[in-house]
Design a protein around this ligand. Structure first.
Ligand code: 13P
Ligand code: SF4
Length: 333
């Protein structure tokens, strides 16, 4: 169904990647922010939580992770016996960069009575200093299992933390990091777009600042945004997250009109994630052919980072009813 991707001296890269995937017993996992050609080749496309679950459960010997480095690190932390390759090892994340492990460790030490709930968009070393990891799709459920008066450090995304403070009535201490992509949306341009398409709902990622979220009809993870876009009766939907996710929307609902929320120049292209864009079909082919670049972690860091990740997976799958909200003791203490 996909058009062959021809390059590298006439190789049919699609067919070559397929051949290598079978020969290596590899699984290709891709985030929604990857270019359409990668999404179409992947065995599974998902948000950070779903990708973590897949990485933990896959029977494959090799995971080719088409996303950014912290996501591939999560795959290695959860599946250490597997080879995990990332097509471009330089694919980082501005949130990860905003939170150096030594500074984070000092901050934690200065607040010994606080639990650290850390967004998955951080390095393995920062995870190793954390109590519980969360994703945008699991944070609210995780917070609901902690006493309302529990003191919490939320790092590294101040916008996500502020959103959950507003939503849950908590007063978490926020690390001052931000995503360069979601901070690039312009409120003025969004209001102009809404005026041009009256009635079009806005679906936004909680990494956006409050002045964007205030205009959103739906706030959620990439998967939640996709679900909303497909289930909404609206025929035109404004999407305030990285625009490559629109590929899945257009595939599933070709009759609908999806518009990327604009940046300050009125153009949505400035909101493409430069780190996600480092991966390419060619680099994926090389990664599967040469099994490099590989994610390698020292065992001490891996084990320390696994503990809060396991807590996330447990708490995200816990069966908690409304009556339990805020009633549970602090996990693991
Ligand atoms: P999701 O967990 O919603 O997929 O978010 C990942 C991410 O990096 C958003 O910028
Ligand atoms: Fe990081 Fe933002 Fe890119 Fe997501 S979109 S990977 S948070 S820089």
């Amino acid at each position: 169904m996909n058009a062959p991707v021809q390059s590298l001296a006439g190789l049919d890269l699609h067919a070559e990647i397929d051949r290598l995937r079978k020969a290596r017993n590899a699984v290709i996992l891709a985030h929604y922010y990857q270019e359409p050609a990668i999404q179409d080749l992947a065995d599974f496309v998902g948000d950070s939580l779903d990708l973590s679950r897949k990485a933990a459960d896959t029977p494959a010997d090799v995971i080719a992770f088409c996303g950014v480095r912290f996501m591939a690190e999560v795959a290695k932390i959860l599946s250490p016996e597997k080879i995990v390759v990332l097509p471009d090892m330089a694919a980082g994340c501005s949130l990860e960069d905003s939170c150096p492990p030594e500074q984070f460790a000092r901050f934690r030490a200065a607040h010994p009575d606080h639990l650290s709930i850390t967004y998955i968009n951080c390095s393995a070393a920062v995870k190793a200093h954390s109590d519980i990891i969360c994703t945008s799709s699991s944070a609210e459920k995780i917070l609901s299992q902690l006493p309302i008066d529990q003191k919490i450090i939320f790092a590294p995304d101040k916008n996500l933390g502020a959103y959950f403070n507003r939503k849950t009535g908590r007063d978490m201490l926020l690390w001052p990091g931000a995503c360069i992509v979601h901070e690039a949306f312009s409120e003025t341009e969004l209001l102009k777009l809404k005026a041009r398409y009256p009635g079009a709902p806005v679906a936004a990622h909680p990494e956006c600042p409050a002045y964007i979220l205030d205009h959103a009809d739906e706030v959620g993870s990439t998967r939640a945004i996709l679900d909303f876009a497909l289930s909404s009766p609206a025929q035109t939907i404004i999407v305030a997250t990285e625009p490559h996710i629109i590929h899945q929307m257009e595939k599933a609902a070709p009759h609908k009109h999806f518009i990327g929320a604009p940046g300050a120049d009125g153009n949505c292209n400035c909101n493409m994630c430069p780190y996600m864009a480092m991966n390419s079909i060619e680099k994926l082919y090389f990664a599967l052919r040469d099994l490099t670049p590989r994610i390698e972690l020292d065992e001490e860091t891996r084990l320390s980072a696994k503990r809060p990740l396991d807590r996330m997976l447990e708490m995200a799958s816990a069966n908690v009813g409304q009556g339990d909200l805020g009633a549970k003791p602090v996990a693991g203490d």
